[in-house]
Design a protein around this ligand. Structure first.
Ligand SMILES: [Zn+2]
Length: 265
């Protein structure tokens, strides 16, 4: 049971369908409630952007404490489409970050992770890209995916669903998905889209502007894999439009990363 919000200073956003699942905790932790100084103020969980490591450690401590989990898995996010499979028999403990650790652990280079391990927070670090959390409450399997525009083009979300079904026996109709705050169709401008984005995805471009709706693409990628429309939630919050609430790389290159976390109790 998470401590009440007022006592922690953390006010994570949640997806309503995941909130209803027993034995599951999750949250989108915005930039409030941490100890980092500008430009990483305040709840930055990324060591790599150049923040004070002690502040990052304290911020991560607060999030794990809030979730009631004892360890976390942070990925070395490389804008690829590799999915790390972390089955319950896996005991590769050096991949896990634990409260108080002053630096990153050995991070697997991957942009998605699937597990049925309990007590472990799967954390995606965000500053404009999407974190897509997934859970199968029947099989008790969870996933978290980092899908920036490159990941969207490679359909890392679809690949993650394939891992959940192929390796863990999940049924698509049981999978719930939540899309984090990220660059919205208001701000995902690609002036070089003719070179960067394949033509079959130009249907997601605004009719006049060079902005793309990657939220719609993620929804379609999930539905192509058999997820129900009503099992896909999006908070519809654009990171670039809300600088007081979220870190945004497009708005401020030197900035922090906020945490999107999911875990089984
Ligand atoms: Zn926007």
């Amino acid at each position: 049971m998470a401590p009440d919000d007022a006592s922690t200073g953390l006010y994570p956003l949640r997806f309503s369908h995941l909130t209803g699942c027993p034995d599951l905790v999750h949250g989108v932790f915005d930039r409030k409630g941490g100890v980092s100084r500008p430009p990483f103020d305040t709840l930055n969980v990324g060591f790599s952007p150049g923040d004070d490591p002690a502040a990052v450690t304290e911020n991560r401590n607060r999030i794990l404490s809030y979730l009631g989990l004892s360890r976390a898995l942070f990925l070395h996010q490389v804008h690829g489409s590799d999915i790390l499979v972390m089955p319950s028999e896996n005991t590769d403990a050096k991949l896990f970050w634990k409260p108080g650790m002053p630096e990153p652990t050995v991070c697997a280079a991957a942009d998605g992770v699937v597990t049925d391990l309990s007590g472990l927070a799967l954390v995606i670090q965000v500053a404009d890209c999407q974190a897509v959390m997934m859970a199968d409450p029947q099989k008790k399997v969870i996933a978290n995916v980092h899908s920036g525009w490159r990941g969207s083009l490679e359909n890392i979300i679809g690949k993650c669903v394939d891992v959940m079904t192929g390796r863990f026996g999940c049924r698509p109709k049981d999978i719930l998905a939540g899309v984090s705050p990220s660059l919205g169709p208001c701000c995902a401008e690609f002036i070089h889209f003719r070179k960067e984005i394949p033509q079959n995805l130009w249907q997601y471009k605004h009719p006049v502007r060079d902005d793309f709706d990657f939220w719609a693409l993620s929804r379609d990628q999930l539905m192509e894999k058999g997820l129900f429309r009503e099992h896909i939630e999006n908070l519809y919050l654009c990171t670039r439009c809300r600088p007081e609430q979220f870190f945004s790389f497009r708005r401020a290159k030197k900035t922090g990363r906020f945490a999107c976390a999911i875990g089984l109790l």
